[in-house]
Design a protein around this ligand. Structure first.
Ligand code: ADP
Ligand code: MG
Length: 516
């Protein structure tokens, strides 16, 4: 459907056009008119379907430029998503001169306070830092007309419910509340009942949770062979831009360093990095300076990077829904994608649970042999050589060139060049990845919201200690080995995730051993 049929005004329509959007996505088409009419809306649609603009456009439409108060507040689970959302709103609101600011933990609060002095009409923020500003009275919410809980499922998974309640408490009762989420577990429906007024629930049925544009493979193999297998697959598949998912922060660190040691352009992204580091890694990835991003689920959730061609699940996620989110990083905007999931034999039940959720079978993939990997590397090197030839100035080194061509045949020179560009030696750099505790055997299998969530003990003790409130934002202070939060915000045994996290084990040091 055309945006012009949704009741938006001309300046907003112009901004949409400048932004390059032609047609509204289904979630935009269904929710924008409702939101414009002032209704509370719960919007559920797959990741990557344009939920930001779905709430952003009506908000921009309603902003009163003469009002110097925060009129819309968007609560977002992670720094990256908060920044991404703020950027999109800034672009769409540029022509209307709407001031959008963003606050998140792990960054200098004084600078944020300075920025807030511009009196933004729209504020995007992560829960912990928002509360911090509210308590310091550097953010006032008494004029908020629209409150958005974005990526609500993720916020609950991260244990933000209490913070969100405190934030909602500071907004006027007669506000409009919008909630957007990719999935709709019962806890989210409860938020709808508790904090929203007669919300309209719009659900865009995904015919399939994962798109046909992504070819989904799995490789069954022993845990200690995964790394070698993965790098061989890299050599054969030559991913243009890939995301590798690891289960824990330590994993992510080790994988990134291990990949670098083997000559790949890789970097890790996880919650223990400073904001500056995270931004740098993302920028490098977006500019293709590195082409392999290793990340935890939380760090990569919702990231919208163009042209991600491959997703590798070095560890299969414990929660089938995470799989859907991960795979959603590729096959975007009509482009094709490939995913490969590595599964240990005792984790096959998790694979089945994923297939049951996505209603799609993954294709078994034969691990590449060392020989195939070498051939792959040489093939990739041929591309490098073409670039090298283009960028080399022969005149400058004419004498040495003449000497070499007199001494060796073209074939010999080409072979040496290729093998040097391929750097085959690096392929053998020994890398050891610390063993993670295997996933608990999946019991009861199958049920979508059940499985990992009912067992109160699951994950207990493997989460590490946390530095509560240490740096002002939860998305920044997770120290546990396992970054993924399990299940609901309250458990059967009455303890919150919070108390569990605080009583978890300790952080183990990370090591990448390079032998030889
Ligand atoms: P979600 O929040 O549902 O995961 P996003 O709001 O992050 O999805 O949007 C995913 C991508 O789609 C972004 O790059 C966004 O700019 C783009 N997008 C959003 N709406 C449209 C549209 N109507 N047409 C084309 N692209 C769009
Ligand atoms: Mg979103």
């Amino acid at each position: 459907m055309k945006f012009s049929e949704l009741g938006l005004s001309q300046d907003i329509l112009d901004a949409i056009k400048t932004h390059g959007y032609v047609e509204a996505t289904p979630i935009q088409e269904k929710t924008i008119p409702l939101t414009l009419s002032g209704r509370d809306v719960i919007g559920q649609a797959q990741t990557g379907t344009g939920k930001t603009a779905a709430f952003g456009l009506p908000i921009l439409e309603h902003i009163d430029l003469n009002n110097k108060n925060i009129q819309a507040l968007i609560v977002s689970p992670t720094r990256e998503l908060a920044i991404q959302t703020a950027d999109e709103l800034k672009k769409l609101g540029h022509d209307k001169h709407v001031d959008v600011q963003v606050v998140f933990g792990g960054a200098d609060i004084r600078r944020q306070i300075q920025n807030l002095k511009s009196h933004p009409q729209i504020l995007v923020g992560t829960p912990g830092r928002l509360l911090d500003h509210i308590n310091r009275k550097t953010v006032r919410l008494d004029h908020v007309r629209t409150l958005v809980l974005d990526e609500a499922d993720e916020m609950l998974n991260m244990g933000f419910l209490d913070d969100i309640e405190s934030i909602i408490d500071k907004t006027p009762a007669e506000r409009q509340t919008l909630l957007f989420s990719a999935t709709m577990p019962p806890a989210i429906k409860r938020i709808g009942v508790k904090f929203m007024t007669n919300p309209e629930h719009i659900q865009i049925e995904a015919k399939e949770l994962t798109t046909d544009l992504v070819d989904q493979y799995f490789v069954r193999m022993r845990e200690n062979e995964k790394f070698d297998t993965m790098t061989r697959i890299f050599d054969v598949q030559a991913p243009k831009l890939a995301i590798v998912f690891g289960r824990t922060k330590r994993r992510v660190e080790e994988l990134a360093r291990g990949l670098e040691a083997r000559g790949y352009h890789a970097a890790g992204l996880h919650g223990d990095l400073t904001q500056q580091m995270r931004s740098r890694v993302l920028a490098q990835f977006k500019s293709h300076e590195i082409n392999i991003l290793v990340a935890t689920d939380v760090a990569a959730r919702g990231l919208d990077v163009k042209d991600v061609s491959h997703v590798y699940n070095f560890d299969i996620p414990q929660d089938p829904e995470s799989y859907v989110h991960r795979i959603g990083r590729t096959g975007r905007a009509g482009a094709k994608g490939v995913s490969v999931t590595f599964v240990a034999p005792n984790e096959m039940d998790y694979l089945r649970a994923v297939e049951e959720l996505t209603k799609k079978r993954m294709t078994p993939l034969e691990p590449a042999t060392l020989q195939q990997a070498r051939v792959g590397k040489i093939n990739n090197a041929a591309g490098e050589v073409a670039k090298l030839i283009q960028s080399t100035d022969v005149a400058e080194i004419q004498d040495q060139v003449n000497a070499l061509t007199a001494q060796y045949s073209a074939e010999q020179l080409a072979a040496a060049l290729l093998s040097s560009a391929a750097d085959l030696e690096k392929q053998n750099t020994p890398v050891e990845i610390t063993r993670e505790r295997p996933l608990p055997r999946r019991r009861g299998g199958g049920s979508r919201n059940g499985g990992g969530r009912r067992d109160g003990n699951r994950g207990g003790g493997y989460r590490g200690n946390r530095n509560r409130r240490g740096n002002g934002d939860r998305s920044n202070d997770r120290r546990g080995t396992s970054e993924r939060r399990f299940g609901d915000y309250k458990r059967r045994d009455g303890r919150s995730n919070e108390s569990r996290r605080n009583s978890g084990g300790s952080r183990r040091e990370f090591t990448v051993r390079e032998k030889g």
